[in-house]
Design a protein around this ligand. Sequence first.
Ligand SMILES: CC(C)(COP(=O)(O)OP(=O)(O)OC[C@H]1O[C@@H](n2cnc3c(N)ncnc32)[C@H](O)[C@@H]1OP(=O)(O)O)[C@@H](O)C(=O)NCCC(=O)NCCS
Length: 150
Amino acid sequence: MGELRLEELSASTIVAVNNMSLKPGQEEFLSPVSYGIAATVVNPQTSWQRVVLDGDDVVGFISGNFDPDFPQEHFRSVLWRINVDADDQGRGVGRFAVEGLLGEARERGMSHVNVIYEAGEGGPQAFFHRVGFEPVGETEYGEVIAETRL
Ligand SMILES: CC(C)(COP(=O)(O)OP(=O)(O)OC[C@H]1O[C@@H](n2cnc3c(N)ncnc32)[C@H](O)[C@@H]1OP(=O)(O)O)[C@@H](O)C(=O)NCCC(=O)NCCS
């Protein structure tokens, strides 16, 4: 693996992001119900997205939302979506992307970052734990709300 870097989404990377593959069984964890509902009220100006590049290859994608006025507390400083291409999982790409997002949150003066995920075999729970998120609650749909303090 070369040196990883984060870049803004561009016309040349957006297609590669959309074509990233998942490992079997991962699809069901991609979009917890709470995110789908919150997405309808997210202000595009408060959302943040980055592509992870390894040389010229798109290997991952991460997005977040930083909006102190968001109605629900756990969506005010939140990791919205992360995925790493199936062939590049397990090599530190996800950790690198999360560190980039935490750096952005710090620069914006946030005290913490939340993530909402569905617990279960094949899901991202172990990953979020390894990169510093601890469960702090549950959504009305039974998803885990986890948090890392900055
Ligand atoms: C979750 C995901 C982003 C992790 O990315 P990744 O690049 O494979 O993770 P990393 O290689 O950076 O791993 C970071 C740490 O988490 C651990 N980890 C990652 N996946 C793990 C798993 N399934 N089980 C146990 N530990 C895991 C790694 O061992 C590593 O630990 P260490 O650094 O302490 O040794 C990736 O598996 C993915 O894209 N999954 C599908 C999409 C998804 O579920 N996204 C989350 C919901 S939006």
